[in-house]
Design a protein around this ligand. Structure first.
Ligand SMILES: Nc1ncnc2c1ncn2[C@@H]1O[C@H](COP(=O)(O)OP(=O)(O)OP(=O)(O)O)[C@@H](O)[C@H]1O
Length: 255
């Protein structure tokens, strides 16, 4: 783990509320996985939540929930007061209620997609159902996200943000790319604002490709589905029986 990642782990171990922010490729997913695995091994009741179902796919082995499922928000039509009423009176929410009651550590990934209203509602629900005298009902909360586009309606603008999250760690070491110009270009493109320098860099890469073997080129797809089909076709074209090798790696987040 790099220094920033280790700092996240040690703050979480010390039961602090932490905001982890990152730029693409700096190991957000890697760090969260290591932390959740370790906390679960230690017997902690940790609930890993992502804002979208697609984002949950990054963590399938850790059984994440969407934030809406965790807090019983359904399609978001109810006021927070009505929601608490429904959660405490309607037996279809029994599992949700048990989950909230038993959660000691709440981790929310892709938090930069969470609106102020949803975030306030989740806080309110946890508080009302667990301990009304404490933010989030006393659960330790860890947020992970990027600063992205901030139009003033995102969760960072709730009144209690700075009080609740005094510890903000910014993951800064890119583990996916090494070339500084490429890292700068990827970060600018992720926010849809390429600088003239980035545009010039990208244009400088335009050249005719001389690839004779079409199987050996890298293809980019906009959707996971298309990438899966392409990989499947490639695998099918390889002669011989299909073998599966299960691999497992681990890292101790708190060492
Ligand atoms: N400390 C580390 N040492 C070695 N490799 C690392 C470290 N942290 C992350 N990586 C590797 O770097 C790559 C990027 O990490 P990860 O997918 O967690 O980043 P991310 O910030 O979630 O990226 P993105 O948002 O682009 O998906 C992965 O292959 C991961 O295994």
């Amino acid at each position: 783990m790099d220094t920033d990642q280790k700092l996240c782990c040690s703050l979480i171990k010390k039961e602090h509320y932490v905001g982890i922010f990152w730029q693409v490729g700096t190991g957000n997913t890697f760090t969260i996985k290591a932390i959740v695995e370790k906390l679960k091994k230690e017997g902690q009741n940790v609930s890993l939540n992502c804002y979208t179902g697609i984002a949950c796919l990054n963590y399938t082995r850790l059984k994440p929930l969407t934030l809406h499922t965790f807090a019983g928000l359904e399609d978001g039509r109810h006021s927070k007061e009505k929601l608490v009423y429904r959660l405490t009176t309607d037996e279809q929410f029994e599992k949700t209620l048990m989950c909230i009651h038993s959660t000691d550590i709440l981790i929310i990934d892709k938090v930069s997609m969470v609106s102020k209203r949803v975030f306030e509602t989740v806080e309110y629900v946890c508080k009302k159902l667990k301990d009304p005298s404490k933010l989030f009902g006393g659960m330790q909360v860890v947020l992970c996200g990027d600063f992205g586009d901030d139009n003033g309606d995102y969760c960072f603008h709730v009144d209690f943000f700075s009080k609740c999250f005094p510890h903000i760690v910014i993951l800064s070491q890119n583990h996916r790319q090494k070339e500084p110009m490429l890292i700068k270009a990827v970060n600018e493109l992720a926010h849809g604002e390429p600088s003239p320098e980035t545009n010039a860099f990208i244009e400088s890469l335009a050249r005719p490709l001389s690839v004779d073997d079409q199987t050996d080129i890298t293809r980019l797809y906009a959707r996971n589905f298309d990438a899966d089909i392409s990989n499947y076709r490639y695998l099918e074209s390889i002669p011989g029986p299909l073998c599966t090798f299960e691999a497992e790696d681990s890292i101790d987040a708190f060492e």
